[in-house]
Design a protein around this ligand. Structure first.
Ligand code: 3BY
Ligand code: FES
Ligand code: FE
Length: 404
């Protein structure tokens, strides 16, 4: 059986409103298909434009099999390249991020311009033509500071997502941001367990004491409760009147992305231990003090929170069938000074704790679903519709791509 037919089999075996069959979380052949059909084909969030402000600044990431470098050119353009030298294949940019006048391969010093052209290759003889040996480009799009990369030959249409997400993020002033702190967490679990865990807060009361100071799960926001919630409606009206789109918008085609604004708990305006702002300099210009949290996700690799005083971006990258890298960035106004406008511990405590608690939950689940005795259990009608929506997206998308 090929990886394709095996993966399609397991996708079709999935019981509606139940967790996925074990193999979808652990089988190396399924993992290869996840890479082939999703990670090597979809738009993947790489980082933010404000991390690459100056010409020559670059960041690198690994998208499945593909090492990628995103580089700011001398012309101000951002470009994504396959980070594989056209001589004998060495990674050209070896650091997670950096700045260089030219991209010099560390192996035999082939030297590439910031736009990818090969400028210099020593000892190659006088009739060696550098043309045709430039770094191979990958697709690259930017929306409201979010850099997305696609390694497929033909990329999916980026425009529907751009159109939907722009009005939500634009008022949050992301172009005026900097990264105050970054954490990189390796979770010993399949990437789908990482995302499933993010799509529910059924576990939050028991697992996230720090987050629960400010976060309340609102089932109406999750799209579960049929009855209208007058308080939520009033909150949305107030935010929208101040120019902040808030009512949930879901990708109607495939359910690949969603935006919604949620109120925080009564006395909280930020994800801090005391609920007070972590940063004195605000990001948005709405003039409304309590704007809750704007949440947006884009499958398969990012979820985000935008608050009045700071924002958080999360990037998921698979490292293997049972290993996933989660990168979290705490974004603050670029003029905010550490120690003056914010205290790093006050800013990061809640999500550093929450991420680590989630890591343990994911790792425990990976260990449990690998058991031959594991049987996919039912999702809560009330509290697990988000997880179910993620699994539906995964199974529908894989089914469609594998011709099921
Ligand atoms: O990011 C979300 O969608 C929220 C935050 C915590 C859990 N989850 C439901
Ligand atoms: Fe890059 Fe040789 S592999 S210069
Ligand atoms: Fe959690």
């Amino acid at each position: 059986m090929t990886n394709q037919t095996m993966t399609l089999d397991f996708v079709q075996q999935r019981k509606p409103r139940h967790a996925l069959p074990r193999e979808l979380y652990s089988d190396p052949g399924v993992y290869r298909e996840d890479l082939a059909q999703l990670w090597h084909k979809e738009w993947i969030f790489a980082g933010h434009t404000f991390e690459l402000e100056k010409p020559g600044q670059y960041l690198t990431l690994q998208i499945g099999d593909y090492p990628i470098a995103v580089v700011r050119g001398t012309d101000g353009e951002l470009r994504a390249f396959h980070n594989s030298c056209r001589h004998r294949g060495s990674k050209v940019c070896q650091e997670a991020s950096g700045k260089a006048a030219k991209l010099v391969c560390p192996y035999h010093k082939w030297t590439f311009d910031l736009d990818g052209r090969l400028l210099f290759a020593g000892n190659m003889g006088s009739d060696f033509n550098t043309e045709g040996y430039g770094l191979k480009p990958a697709h690259c799009e930017v929306v409201e500071s979010y850099i997305f990369v696609c390694v497929a030959e033909t990329a999916p249409d980026f425009e529907p997502f751009r159109e939907a997400v722009t009005p939500f993020i634009a008022p949050h002033g992301l172009e005026e941001c900097k990264v105050a702190f970054e954490s990189n967490l390796i979770e010993k679990g399949n990437w789908k367990l990482v995302f499933e865990n993010n799509r529910e807060c059924y576990h939050c009361d028991g697992a996230h004491p720090e987050l629960m100071n400010s976060f309340v799960e609102n089932l109406s926001v999750a799209g579960v409760a049929d009855n209208e919630d007058p308080e939520l409606e009033a909150f949305w009206d107030r935010c929208e009147a101040a120019g902040l789109p808030s009512r949930m918008a879901m990708d109607e085609t495939a359910g690949q992305f969603r935006m919604t604004r949620i109120p925080l708990s009564a006395k909280a305006v930020s994800y801090t231990m005391d609920g007070k702002p972590a940063v004195s300099r605000r990001l948005d210009k709405s003039g409304v003090e309590n704007i809750g949290a704007l949440l947006y996700f884009h499958y398969p690799n990012t979820w985000n929170h935008f608050l009045g005083d700071h924002a958080l971006s999360f990037r998921v990258l698979p490292l293997g069938p049972d290993e996933t890298l989660v990168t979290t960035k705490w974004l603050v106004h670029k003029d905010a000074q550490e120690g003056v406008d914010y205290d790093l511990d006050h800013l990061t405590r809640v999500w550093l704790s929450t991420n680590d608690q989630d890591r343990k939950l994911v790792e425990g689940t990976q260990a449990g679903v690998t058991s031959p005795a594991y049987e996919p259990g039912p999702y809560s009608e009330l509290a697990e519709n988000g997880v179910c929506q993620f699994d539906d997206w995964y199974c529908d998308t894989m089914g469609r791509k594998l011709g099921g």
